[in-house]
Ligand binder design. Sequence first.
Ligand code: ATP
Ligand code: GLN
Length: 146
Amino acid sequence: VPVVRAQSSPEYIPDAKFYKVEAILRSWRVSQVSSALLKIGIRGVTVSDVRGFGAQGGSTERQGGSEFSEDKFVAKVKMEIVVSKDQVEAVIEKIIEEARTGEIGDGKIFLVPVSDVIRVRTGERGEKAERMTGGRSDMTSAAWVV
Ligand code: ATP
Ligand code: GLN
């Protein structure tokens, strides 16, 4: 019973002002994901080339497949996106919409609470540092005025 509750409700997520959405995705879907994120005002994104294994790596019949490297680690791209709490669900939804094929290997998303954001140039912290000019907050407040 506790397992079912944890899966069906987001209430167990540690509360924070900011969260990092960490998505491990198919490399060839990443540009599609990032342009879709840009359209909804997400301007801060970090990507890295990573290798790993999950369900896809464990399925031996795919050993000859195009995404299966010789050392059994599959090449993926990791996208890290730090956003304010109220933006988390929109970002997750958009990633799934753009990255999903329905086949094994679509990837996974991890949601990580972030304690603070610090802008190196100015030393600003918290909301001031996380906000980006022309970003999602600006877009939504402009829409609210109109
Ligand atoms: P500024 O001083 O105006 O903040 P900057 O060059 O110091 O400019 P950014 O260009 O905003 O900082 O960001 C630097 C790098 O940090 C980006 O290239 C990106 O990799 C990463 N980054 C910035 N914001 C985010 C974010 N919200 N989530 C994930 N990565 C981010
Ligand atoms: N939360 C920021 C804003 O609304 C955007 C964060 C991001 O682009 N990753 O300005």
